[in-house]
Design a binder for this molecule. Structure first.
Ligand code: V47
Length: 376
């Protein structure tokens, strides 16, 4: 029984408790309610109804094989132009070598996303996936955002469906959720005007789901978007998920304000607040009633707040990562990666049950819940 001091929240709580879908207006009530404690408990109710105390993580490696990109998103501090000192650009052999030099036994997921490279030919991408699978057959390759898939469609002059099919034949397991940013045109035109349009982003995920691939969805928040535009973003995702059921997780990405023109032009130097991060996670957990998981992305909100977020709807904390560059280029203060032991402790300290998963949420190992885990 969740009691609230906010009369507007009472009917929303009743609907969620009855397992009914919320309307847009009811979603906005979640964003506006002053009763954060009730919001937390409501999101936790949904989270525990789905997963109990289980909290999923993956033993993963991130690899950005190039930061060369011609798109020019205003929030990005990662992209570089060809010839710049800070540009890097791995060929197939360098990609394999990079993974080999950082490989650890038990690694299950390789998560790759990169810039839109102006010159690499289409054949490079399936070849790279094939070489990775030949060298590391047990590794699940989760790669290429919908924005990258659209780019590959342009350079190959093939429909996005064929691009996806050929990458799957080469060994691609799943697609990450990047490139979604905020779907609303007003924002998209200001932050990512040369990137894949919202409808096309959704269409590419629809096609991937149709081929049997599972994907994720992100939302970049905390810049110029309104709360209505955040919920509109979730609403479009909820509709697609009702159609296909192909999304694993929704991942809110907290805007990192360093080294990018969007923050500079806004005069913004502050990070999103902890309460905005938590409220946003809770709203997404409640509103996205057909998404299996809400991910707390420790790279952008820190491992400390990620621990707290496990009471605010989060049931997945991504992975060990090893080395991340997109958020760190834009000022993320978290470590580059976390050890598996550290992730397990982080979840146990929050009173939850750590579950090691693969890219498809198959459970590889369930660890005990422990109340006696010392602080780091
Ligand atoms: O698409 C870029 C975002 C994304 C900034 O699918 C920024 O499991 C905040 O998509 N501040 C890449 N965000 C990361 C991503 C992701 C992360 C974790 C898990 C998964 C998954 C996907 O990072 C980009 C863009 O939306 N981004 N710059 C910035 N300054």
């Amino acid at each position: 029984m969740i009691i609230t001091r906010d009369p507007a929240l009472t009917p929303v709580i009743a609907k969620v408790q009855a397992g009914e879908r919320l309307s847009f207006a009811e979603g906005m009530t979640l964003y506006h309610t002053p009763d954060l404690n009730a919001l937390m408990r409501l999101s936790n109710l949904v989270r525990e109804r789905l997963h109990g105390d289980k909290t999923y993580f993956v033993h993963s490696m991130r690899l950005e094989f190039t930061n060369i990109c011609y798109v020019g998103c205003t929030f990005c501090a990662f992209a570089a132009h060809k010839g710049e000192d800070r540009a890097w650009d791995y060929d197939e052999a360098a990609v394999v070598e990079h993974v080999r030099s950082r490989y650890e036994p038990g690694l299950t997921e390789l998560h790759m996303s990169s810039g839109h490279h102006p010159n690499r030919p289409w054949s490079f991408y399936p070849n790279m996936v094939r070489q990775l699978k030949a060298n590391f057959p047990d590794l699940q390759v989760k790669a290429f955002t919908a924005a990258e898939i659209e780019h590959l469609s342009k350079i190959s002059k093939k429909p996005t469906l064929d691009v996806l099919r050929e990458l799957m034949e080469a060994g691609l397991s799943a697609m990450p959720g990047g490139g979604a940013e905020i779907f609303a045109d007003r924002v998209r035109l200001q932050v990512a005007k040369n990137k894949v349009k919202a409808d096309k982003w959704l269409q590419i995920h629809r096609e991937a789901h149709g081929l049997g691939m599972r994907t994720n969805a992100t939302m970049l928040y905390g810049h110029i978007e309104t709360l209505e535009e955040r919920l509109d973003h979730m609403d479009r995702l909820r509709n697609l998920q009702s159609e296909t059921g192909g999304f694993h997780a929704f991942i809110p990405l907290a805007f990192q304000p360093m080294g990018n023109s969007l923050a500079q032009n806004l005069g913004k130097t502050d990070y999103t607040t902890g309460l905005d991060d938590l409220r946003n996670l809770a709203v997404s957990r409640i509103y996205l009633d057909n998404f299996p998981h809400i991910k707390g992305y420790w790279v952008m909100i820190g491992s400390e707040l990620t621990q707290v977020s496990l009471d605010w709807g989060v049931s997945d904390v991504d992975g060990t990562i090893v080395e991340e560059h997109i958020a760190h280029a834009a000022g993320a203060t978290s470590p580059l990666g976390l050890s598996k032991a550290r992730m397990i402790r982080m979840i146990q300290q929050a009173g939850r049950v750590p579950v090691l998963r693969d890219a498809y949420y198959n459970e590889l190992e369930v660890y005990p819940a422990r109340s006696d885990v010392a602080a780091d």
